[in-house]
Design a protein around this ligand. Structure first.
Ligand SMILES: [Zn+2]
Ligand SMILES: [Zn+2]
Length: 262
């Protein structure tokens, strides 16, 4: 295992992980309390799950624990989620502890391929995966431009409006890969996601819409985030690159999105 102790202090690491438990549980919302309830409505359960997380990294054990916590607090007539679902949540929490800084929303679909850190930044690269498959249909909001000089196709960031959706070819689930209105460092705490009209993006060479999606995030040094008291660390990236590779003809759209935040 790579030693990152010099970059991430233990407390800070714990802080990231714990904040993440809250986010995952709130997004899961197993009792359907949101919207309507304040966002600390699950605080008792979250605290209990947090202590489980520091005690185990076994997904089955954590899943049993999550299940037990909710049954204890709400009773099994109110808490009706299955153990298999608790296991999925447990895996998300554990995976997050492994991969660190990747947006929570992307966690279930992001398979990390490399991670580099220097004293100023942390870069994480990965590929999009759903249903064990990397075949996605791409929808884009914004203008796709063709740079004749470099022969590059890319999504322009004019007006700061870019949206990229990827739809899993197997289960049809839509993953919002990037929305410039709500994602990244500058947008933290704003939650002003505004969907703009999107259209299907077909390969310019073979006209198919079946792509592999590669994403790279750049995060500021964690110490800097700490100094700025950023709590949504997962969303605090300052740069995102998205590369598409056509699964039919192999054409690569390198840096299809190359977006600096702020
Ligand atoms: Zn899928
Ligand atoms: Zn193609």
């Amino acid at each position: 295992m790579v030693e990152k102790a010099n970059v991430l202090s233990k407390d800070w690491k714990a802080g990231i992980a714990m904040n993440f438990v809250k986010k995952i549980i709130n997004e899961w919302d197993p009792i359907n309390l949101f919207p309507g309830a304040p966002d600390d409505e699950y605080w008792t359960e979250i605290e209990e799950i947090e202590s489980l997380v520091s005690a185990t990294d076994d997904p089955d054990e954590l899943a049993e624990g999550i299940y037990a916590v909710f049954v204890k607090e709400f009773g099994d007539d109110v808490f009706k989620r299955r153990k298999s679902e608790c296991k999925w949540i447990a895996q998300m929490i554990i995976k997050r502890n492994d991969t660190g800084l990747v947006p929570v929303r992307m966690q279930p679909y992001f398979r990390t391929t490399s991670r580099k850190s220097d004293k100023d930044n942390e870069r994480i690269e990965g590929m999009l995966v759903c249903c064990d498959s990397h075949e996605f249909e791409i929808q884009v909001g914004g203008k796709v431009k063709h740079n004749l000089f470099s022969k590059m196709h890319y999504l322009t960031s004019k007006d700061d409006k870019i949206t990229v959706f990827a739809r899993c070819k197997k289960c049809n689930k839509d993953v919002t890969v990037f929305d410039s209105k709500s994602d990244g460092f500058e947008q933290i705490g704003k939650k002003t996601g505004t969907l703009i009209t999107t259209k299907s993006f077909a390969c310019k060479k073979c006209a198919n819409n079946n792509f592999s999606v590669y994403i790279e995030y750049k995060y500021p040094d964690v110490q800097e985030l700490k100094d700025l008291a950023i709590t949504e660390t997962d969303n605090a990236y300052t740069w995102i690159w998205i590369t598409l590779v056509c699964n039919k003809c192999g054409k690569t759209y390198r840096n299809f999105v190359d977006y600096q935040i702020g």
